[in-house]
Design a protein around this ligand. Structure first.
Ligand SMILES: [Zn+2]
Length: 400
């Protein structure tokens, strides 16, 4: 009898683990496809006068609380990922200026910009670049007051978590965080995460993200609507929102860790999603040129985990050159050109609705009416769990 119970229990344990063994197999298959794609990567020669700088926006350190990360880890993670810039968005503290105390300037060849993340009295969460000693007092000010003050001082405001509040839509903020890695990671089921961790974390830690990655449909919808209804420009960025604090661990009584699954150490977070910024060759990357490029929407979001997007171009070349974030007057014969370092399926949308798609490493679309045009790139050759997930989200070209 005992033997029978033991066998049944064993059978149940094995059966319960089969889905996770299969999920590990899927990640190994995805890993191989990503490597194969990387070997096919080629940047199309263009006459672009812009350089593509890749970096991350919305990063926390232990200075602002509820993060365990320190500066050495931040610098090392940025260097490992060959990032050009990191915008650190410290939460304010009542008794000290977190923006003044965090990393700023160039360290190990990476440009660090000190910013703040604040919550306004209207409930909007804004990333203020650069940050300041005033950040701690923003919680009693309206979103409009905070955005105006930031603009007056020459800085940028970007709405983080755009679905949490409505107020920002009528306020002249500079951008919207259309994807937030932290929010996406929190949606992972902890039980599934635990067993995925047991099976896959040792071999494919970075790809565990692919298991729960979802296209940020609601954020994109809010952003598209705000642009179309407000007849305004609004830049899209990605928020790594890296805290280095999501995960599960099993420790023994002495504190020794037996199993640790950390979804968002800086190094991994910086590998998954990046904001690429286009800056004119003669300007170079500085704090000023970076802020200006983001404010102009000269940037795009890329899930570089699936393939480094550096070199991606979305532009109009005739009658005059315009890149994403720019405006151009409508005229006959207008065409947008998209070029990517990997063969991908490019979906063109106007004012938020998909209107056309083409596959290739360089494709063109005719433009037949006014509107805000943007593209999403998909790597259809990647297997599950990456199937149907976007690789690149561009900023729009505004045809007026
Ligand atoms: Zn944050």
């Amino acid at each position: 009898m005992k033997r029978k119970i033991l066998l049944i229990t064993l059978g149940l344990v094995v059966a319960s683990q089969l889905p996770f063994a299969y999920r590990r197999y899927r990640l190994s298959r995805l890993h191989n496809s990503i490597e194969q794609l990387a070997s096919q990567r080629s940047v199309q020669p263009t006459d672009s006068e812009y350089i593509d700088y890749k970096g991350v926006i919305h990063v926390h350190s232990s200075l602002g609380g509820h993060s365990t990360g320190n500066f050495a880890e931040l610098i090392s993670a940025a260097k490992t990922n060959q990032l050009d810039f990191v915008i650190i968005t410290e939460h304010p503290q009542a008794d000290f200026d977190t923006a003044a105390m965090t990393l700023t300037g160039t360290h190990a060849g990476v440009l660090f910009v000190n910013a703040n993340e604040v919550t306004t009295a209207d409930g909007d969460r804004l990333v203020l670049i650069p940050g300041s000693a005033d950040a701690a007092s923003m919680s009693v000010k309206s979103t409009r007051e905070v955005a105006d003050k930031q603009k007056d001082s020459g800085g940028l405001s970007i709405v983080a978590y755009p679905t949490d509040s409505q107020t920002w839509r009528s306020i002249p903020v500079d951008g919207v965080e259309v994807y937030n890695l932290f929010t996406n990671a929190l949606a992972a089921n902890p039980v599934i995460l635990f067993f995925d961790g047991l099976w896959s974390y040792g071999r494919y830690p970075e790809l565990m993200f692919a298991n729960f990655f979802a296209r940020p449909a609601e954020n994109l919808k809010r952003w598209d609507e705000a642009i179309a209804k407000g007849n305004r420009k609004l830049a899209a960025t990605a928020g790594n929102d890296a805290h280095s604090n999501i995960g599960l661990s099993v420790n023994d009584a002495s504190g020794k860790q037996w199993l640790g699954v950390k979804l968002d150490p800086y190094e991994r977070s910086f590998q998954v999603v990046r904001t690429h910024v286009l800056i004119k060759k003669d300007r170079g990357l500085t704090r000023e040129s970076l802020l200006e490029a983001i404010a102009n929407g000269h940037c795009y979001v890329s899930f570089d985990l699936f393939g480094d997007a550096k070199g991606f171009i979305f532009q109009i070349t005739s009658p005059e050159r315009r890149i994403m974030g720019d405006e151009i007057g409508f005229g006959n014969g207008l065409r947008v050109m998209v070029s990517a370092p990997l063969i991908s399926r490019i979906v063109l949308s106007r004012d938020g609705s998909a209107i056309d798609e083409k596959s290739g490493s360089r494709v063109e679309f005719p433009i037949n009416s006014k509107g805000a045009y943007r593209v999403e790139a998909y790597l259809d050759s990647l297997p599950a769990p990456a199937t149907g997930k976007p690789w690149i989200l561009s900023n729009p070209i505004y045809v007026k």
